[in-house]
Design a binder for this molecule. Structure first.
Ligand code: FAD
Length: 336
């Protein structure tokens, strides 16, 4: 029976799917028919359904946290459907610091390794011991080590070789007993007393001041990836745009701030139907309602065009866009 998806993705466009199946026990996966098209969903905070989806949405809702203290660290084994922020809070309430910089990132634990969530100088990969998944073709559970997950910037094997082939069922995290705070990000440097709880609270305060709560004002977080460009292109850009924020990526590349590019292109507050480039943070698109998938696509293209014309940089959307039966990518033809 058709099921509305509007409350199953935080961008909240009106859409439906043919079937919605909620997984509360991993044993259900053995019986699940993965007939195409299907898509795996957590809390839908990095997924936008542009229009009606002609397939089955499989929503991971399994729960459970198991904790094993070891000599030098704690091993946490967490079910995919647990909420990420609740897990971070749980670890701090149990005096296991490490995840505090990743507080308040929306979504499930199972989705976190897919794009190797990161914030305020920390990426999830740092704390991963293993990721366990159900292999859809082989119908068996397989465990990958951190190295095998091939983590990168907002990237992992789950976006490439294992895309649409597996359902992540459990994540193993290893939190060292010896805490090393990560304070490189501005507001964290100003903390008078450095404790994990203080970092956690500062991260929450900073995020609340910059990002709209997706359950109050519909959004999908940072809409575009920060582009990684060759050093030669950066140096050329700095000649005409000396304020361009840039961060070391590797010896040959720098990462630059997509939000700055969008803001400098004069797009803050730009609106198409109910979709707006958020006034407080140009990297975020918000949906005030009365919008359709086509309005969002028009907005993405407009932003990409404006940024390309000014800087010859192509912005790739970080958010997964679902069309009728498959994921789609909105990419301008990159001009020579
Ligand atoms: C306000 C806001 C702020 C955000 N801030 C950040 C941030 O600071 N840093 C950051 O990295 N991200 C951020 N995000 C993005 C988002 O929180 C993360 O991508 C999060 O991990 C998505 O979790 P989800 O459960 O909502 O995933 P969904 O959107 O449901 O799914 C995302 C992807 O993961 C796949 N997936 C989900 N669960 C599973 C599973 N069990 N097995 C296999 N595949 C699965 C889906 O198929 C899809 O491809 C933000 C989003 C919002 C709305």
């Amino acid at each position: 029976m058709a099921q509305s998806l509007q409350t199953f993705h935080t961008f909240s466009l009106p859409s439906q799917c043919l079937h919605l199946c909620e997984i509360t026990d991993t044993k259900q996966l053995q019986q699940q028919l993965f007939s195409v098209p299907f898509c795996i969903l957590g809390e839908g905070s990095n997924t936008v359904f542009l229009n009606d989806y002609q397939g089955t949405v499989i929503k991971m809702a399994t729960k459970g946290i198991s904790l094993t203290p070891r000599e030098n660290d704690y091993l946490l084994e967490v079910a995919a459907g647990e909420n990420w922020h609740k897990l971070v809070t749980y670890t701090l309430d149990h005096d296991m610091p490490g995840l505090e910089n990743l507080a308040l990132i929306p979504g499930t634990v199972g989705a976190a390794p897919v794009q190797n969530i990161g914030a305020y100088g920390v990426e999830l990969a740092k704390y991963i011991e293993y990721v366990e998944y159900f292999d859809i073709a082989q119908k068996q559970v397989i465990r990958l080590s951190k190295v095998e997950c091939q983590f990168g910037y907002r990237d992992s094997i789950f976006k490439h070789a294992l895309k649409n082939k597996v359902v992540i069922t459990q994540v193993g995290l290893c939190l060292p007993k010896q805490w090393q705070p990560e304070l490189s990000y501005g507001p964290l440097q100003k903390l008078s007393k450095v404790t994990a709880k203080a970092v956690y609270e500062q991260v929450i305060t900073t995020r609340n001041s910059k990002l709209p709560d997706p359950y109050v004002l519909a959004n999908a977080g940072s809409f575009f990836k920060n582009p990684i460009i060759p050093n030669s292109q950066l140096h050329a850009l700095l000649k005409s745009h000396s304020q361009l924020p840039h961060y070391f990526y590797d010896d040959a590349h720098h990462k630059i701030a997509a939000g700055w590019l969008i803001e400098q292109a004069g797009l803050k507050g730009h609106r198409i139907a109910g979709i707006e480039v958020y006034e407080q943070q140009a990297l975020v698109l918000v949906n005030h309602g009365n919008s359709q998938g086509g309005d969002l696509v028009a907005m993405i293209k407009h932003i990409q065009q404006q940024v390309w014309q000014r800087y010859q940089i192509h912005l790739h959307h970080e958010v997964r866009l679902m069309a009728d039966s498959d994921e789609c990518n909105i990419n301008l033809q990159e001009q020579p």
